[in-house]
Design a binder for this molecule. Structure first.
Ligand code: ADP
Length: 364
């Protein structure tokens, strides 16, 4: 008979990750104790919150990990006891997750350092109302529908519309000081200022507070390492936009414009900003480029101008998509339904899917 040791059990438990914090439950201090008696193994696990939605998954993974150990008769020989962390344990967990800096201001964002393989897509525009949020949310959802893992960060702090577009109902969960779990909608993890304030309430925060809020959204939210972080940037090239770009030096910019926009001045401002932050401009999306007849398929240009093409030429980047005017978007918004179109078989869903394919095919 092979003797089971506590160390061997703990070693096995290292493989079990907390599904929200994406770290080993051993490193997170969630394994409170291991007891071995008469061939049975008892493991005490402390969860971060009572009624944690992922309790069953953690319990099953702990049981399977230990059952695989030589000398353990099988899953029936493993007793998993679940409890909840006390304040001290939560404080230690906070320090671990935040990089050993308990009570420190805001930990550095892993997205800022380039330590992650995540592609950071900053969806920007010269001004408001061109469909930037619509494109960011639907592009994110289309990437998710293609099997990519996606985080969607709504950094359009004054004009947040992402929660409504993606049908976000849950709010973020604060596990402990500075450890925030983002809610999910449309297949993405989503963080928005809109989750933190009542709808229709004006956001009165200014410069430094907004920068700090963005830093928290990037440094304290447990995004994991998604394939994409899609960021709905504030419109224009003002302070909040610059602060955001500064916090995401590895981000690449996707510019949304309409045919009639004065592309030359947008191009000049965006290039100046990109030069300052060292970010690359990936390409241009021309939104509301035409209206397609649902019967004959004929395309009518509603707005005059060549905004997308001129902007792309001046910046030396490709036009990645020309999106039609999609009456569905307005109808869905009026009906209070999420206007994410991924996966459907409409003209709109296809338009966003081909944009997602174009983005996915880019060399990064
Ligand atoms: P921005 O983020 O640039 O301010 P939004 O994404 O909030 O713009 O879009 C502004 C309005 O235009 C919204 O009501 C949205 O539903 C609508 N819209 C955006 N793109 C389209 C489109 N291609 N067809 C029809 N309506 C659109």
């Amino acid at each position: 008979m092979i003797a089971i040791t506590e160390e061997a059990v703990v070693e096995r438990l290292r493989r079990v990750q907390d599904p929200e914090l994406h770290r080993s439950i051993v490193d997170l201090g969630m394994v409170r104790g291991v007891e071995i008696r008469d061939g049975r193994v008892r493991v005490d696990v402390r969860l971060t919150v009572q009624g944690c939605p992922l309790t069953h998954r953690i319990e099953r993974e702990v049981r399977e990990a230990v059952a695989g150990l030589e000398g353990v008769a099988g899953p029936e020989a493993v007793d998993v006891h679940l409890g909840v962390m006390d304040r001290e344990e939560l404080a230690r967990l906070s320090a671990t997750v935040r990089g050993g800096a308990a009570g420190a201001p805001v930990p550095p964002s892993p997205f800022a350092t380039g330590a992650l393989a995540t592609r950071i897509l900053i969806v920007a525009s010269g001004k408001g109302g061109v469909g930037k949020s619509t494109v960011a949310a639907n592009l994110g959802a289309a990437l998710a529908a293609r099997g990519r893992s996606v985080g969607l960060l709504d950094a359009d702090i004054y004009g947040f519309s992402v929660p409504r577009i993606v049908g976000l109902r849950e709010v973020p969960r604060v596990i402990t000081d500075g450890v925030i779990i983002p809610p999910e909608a449309a297949g993405m993890k989503v963080m928005s200022m809109g989750s933190l304030v009542e709808e229709r309430q004006p956001v009165i925060w200014r410069g430094p507070m907004l920068s700090k809020l963005l830093a928290q959204f990037l440094g304290e939210v447990q995004w994991g390492e998604p394939d994409y972080l899609v960021v709905d940037a504030p419109p224009g090239t003002g302070d909040v936009a610059i602060s955001l770009q500064g916090q995401l030096p590895k981000g690449a910019i996707l510019l949304v414009t309409t045919p009639q926009e004065l592309a030359t001045s947008v191009a000049a401002r965006v290039s100046a900003m990109a030069a300052r932050t060292g970010q690359r401009v990936l390409g241009v999306v021309e939104n509301m480029a035409y209206l397609q007849c649902p019967h004959c398929g004929e395309r009518t240009r509603v707005f005059a101008g060549e905004g997308g093409a001129v902007l792309a030429r001046e910046l030396g980047v490709p036009v990645l998509a020309r999106l039609p005017i999609l009456p569905e978007l307005a109808e869905m918004a009026d009906a209070g339904r999420p206007a994410v179109l991924a996966g459907g078989d409409s003209e709109a869903a296809r338009a966003f899917d081909s944009l997602a394919a174009a983005v996915d095919a880019l060399e990064w």
